[in-house]
Structure formats: C-alpha cells, structure tokens
Design a protein around this ligand. Structure first.
Ligand code: GDP
Length: 395
C-alpha cells in the first residue's frame, strides 16, 4: 500500500476517536515563522516531502498571497503524529497573520481548542501577537508557546547562554502577562500559564527544523548548551536529526491541548449564543456523532477539480454525502456533494466526518466563511449579512 493511502486510512481511523484529535491554530505576528513552521510540521509528519518544505509553502494557497507574501486564507491541513505509543490526528486551521484580517482570526479561533503562539525570539512579542493571543483567549482557546528563530540569537546576535535565557524569559513573561490579563481564572486555576517546566513552552528554529522543550531535553539529552554548540559549528542537520522540530512541537500539542470531548463542554457556551438547555446544545457539548449535524464554516476555497470547498469544524452529528443541510442566513437547503479532509495541502474524500473533526465539503453553494450549516434550523454561531454585491469600505 502506498504511503499516502496508509496515512489516509490512519486519519480515517482516528477521525472516529475524538480523544485522539487535536484541533489547533497557529497564532503569530507576520514573519515570525508560521508558514515555515507549518511546512516543517507537515514534512515531519510525512505529509509533504522534506525537500519541498519551506519552498512549497503548503498553507499559502492563494496566488494573491504568494504575490504579496502574506497569509490571508484560513487554509487548513491535517496530520498524524505518534506520541507515547498512541496516534493522534492533528487538524491545523491557519489564521491570517495580517492585522487587517482580525475577523477571520476570530472565526478560526472558534473552530479550534488550542492555539500555538509563535514568537520570533529576536523581535519578541509584537502588537499582532497580542491581538491573536487575545482573540484566542476570548474564544476560550488554550495557549502554548513556541519561541522561533532561536538560531538567530546564536548566529546573528552572537548571544551567550545568559543573554539568551534572559531574552527567552522575557518573551514567556510577556505572553503570560497577556494570558493573565485576559483569562485570570484560567491562568490561576486551570494552569493556562505557559511554562518551560510544564512543557507548554518550546524553543527552536522552524527554518533549520529543530526544537527543544523540557520534556524533549529529558528524552534526548539535547539541551541549550548542545544547541549553541551545534548551531555555531554548522551541525544543524545533526541537530534536526537528534531533536526534530515536528516531534517536539507535536508532542506538546498532543500532551497539552485538549481533545474535542474535553474542550467542547467548555467551549460551546463561549462560542455559541443559543439556548443551552436544548438537546442540540447537549449534542454539541458531548461531541455526539449521532446527534443533529452542526458544522461551522471557517473558510471557503477553490479547488480546480472539486470546485468550491467549505472547510470548518463539525461540532455535532456526522457529515455524509447527500445530506440536505440548512445554511444560516439563507432560505432552503444545500445538498452535500462530497465530504473530505485536507491532508498536507491536498483534499482527500472520505465517506463521513464525525463530530470533533475539521471537514472540507462540497455542495454548500450558499455557504460563506462564518456560515452555520446544520440538519435542523438553529441559532447560528455568527450572524452574517449575505451581501451579493461587493461592498467597498475603504478607499
Ligand atoms: P509567517 O509570515 O509567519 O508565515 O513567516 P514565514 O514562515 O513566511 O517566515 C518569515 C521569514 O522568516 C522567512 O524568510 C523565513 O525563512 C524566516 N524564518 C522562519 N523561521 C525562521 C527561523 O527559525 N530562523 C530564521 N533564521 N529564519 C526563519
């Protein structure tokens, strides 16, 4: 059996085990390394070729984005990862890194349970870091921190261990101040504070494809001293081999971000304003794959073969081809033509996608980013005005 087919089968198996799923977003200021990180996570998970990572820019799907060099489309990918002898399905929803797209960031945050905050070690936390962390916390999404571009501290700034430590601690302090300010109860009581000791902070270089964290240091023996030595002596390939970025970061994701079963009871009351005493509310909180279908669309993209694709989170029920579903804000129903998931940058069609997953479907001709798609009429996640003519808001 081909490698890709194996991965597809593994994903399909994991889709039915919500405890093994992590739905996450990467939150970062522009240029802090979200795209490079995503590509190397995908490559490490075997979803794209290692050689292409970095060049391929898997998440930057829109031509417009590549031209402008910024990520504006909330494209999304899925990957599998083995951690402590268990397989995990990690669904990554991309958040726009540009300040103008704040609304899209909020929407992406509604669909995930964990936010990997990426901060450039040299620049430190920036205004957009603060904005995206606030958006995550407002949507009750748990943060963890990846401090990127640590290679630059060593090679460009020629920093020694003490200077480096001071700088990295400042980033951790800044992020924690934000978390405490926005979500004090979570910070104090639920241990949402990010900490090196707890393993909710990792350091590394997305470009050179290595990372370390307290748990990885205990496992591999590679510590900051080794990193400095190997970076300085041009032994990056060796460093990547001994402490690969994808293992360190995806281990952190599997260990510290909640699965949908643990997350949805807390998150539904935050992201959905409907009546919480109804069966529908219970179906969503319990991630009931046999309940009514509730699918929140975060992104619409164009596939040259399949046409318009709606991607989003299945909060309840199971999506299947042929279902007739309501689309919030429109009259009548749309028929699902196909159901799939993204793997790497490619969409794979599957028979069904149950609650707790991120799905990408075709046939929802009336849906737009932000639509609530459901088998019964319901209070939508977002109230959206459908606009048929483009509205120019800025000159
Ligand atoms: P995004 O805007 O957050 O998606 O950032 P990109 O992933 O496009 O990275 C922005 C720039 O920083 C690119 O030139 C990358 O090659 C570079 N970059 C990303 N990660 C690292 C890193 O760990 N070390 C160094 N030195 N450069 C990096």
């Amino acid at each position: 059996m081909g490698r890709r087919k194996k991965i597809v089968e593994q994903c399909e198996r994991l889709m039915d085990q919500p405890e093994q799923i992590r739905n996450i977003a990467i939150a970062a200021h522009i240029d802090h390394g979200k795209t490079t990180l995503t590509d190397n996570l995908l490559a490490g998970a075997g979803m794209i070729s290692e050689d292409l990572a970095g060049e391929q820019l898997a998440m930057d799907t829109e031509e417009d984005e590549q031209e402008r060099g910024i990520t504006i489309d909330a494209a999304n990918v899925s990957m599998t990862h083995n951690y402590q002898d268990k397989d995990y399905l990690i669904n990554l929803i991309d958040t726009p890194g540009h300040v103008d797209f704040g609304g899209d960031v909020t929407r992406a945050m509604r669909a995930v349970d964990g936010a990997l905050v990426v901060v450039d070690a040299v620049e430190g936390t920036m205004p957009q870091t603060e904005t995206v962390v606030r958006q995550a916390l407002r949507e009750n999404v748990k943060p963890a921190l990846f401090i990127n571009k640590v290679d630059r501290l060593i090679n460009e700034l020629q920093e020694g261990p003490e200077e480096m430590q001071e700088r990295l601690q400042e980033v951790i302090r800044d992020v924690n101040e934000l978390i405490r300010g926005m979500a004090e109860e979570r910070y104090e009581e639920d241990n949402w504070k990010v900490s090196v000791q707890d393993g909710t902070v990792a350091f590394g270089s997305a470009l050179y494809n290595w990372a370390i964290s307290a748990p990885s240091m205990a496992e591999t023996g590679i510590d900051f001293g080794d990193v400095i030595e190997m970076e300085r002596n041009d032994k990056r390939a060796e460093l990547h081999k001994q402490s690969p970025l994808s293992d360190v970061v995806l281990d952190m994701v599997a260990e510290h971000f909640p699965n949908p079963v643990d997350a949805q009871p807390d998150r539904i009351p935050t992201v959905w304003r409907g009546d919480d005493s109804t069966q529908l509310a219970e179906d969503m909180q319990m991630v009931n794959k046999d309940g009514e279908v509730v699918f929140m669309v975060t992104d619409i993209s164009m596939d040259p073969h399949a046409g318009e694709i709606a991607t989003g989170r299945v909060f309840s029920g199971t999506l299947r081809e042929g279902q007739e579903l309501y689309v919030s804000g429109t009259a009548g129903k749309n028929r699902l033509q196909s159901v799939g998931v993204f793997m790497g940058g490619e969409r794979e069609e599957v028979d069904s996608v149950p609650a707790g997953n991120v799905a990408s479907v075709t046939g929802l001709k009336d849906a737009i980013a932000g639509s609530t798609v459901s088998s019964v009429e319901m209070t939508p996640f977002e109230s959206i005005e459908h606009i048929s003519e483009p509205v120019i808001t800025k000159s």
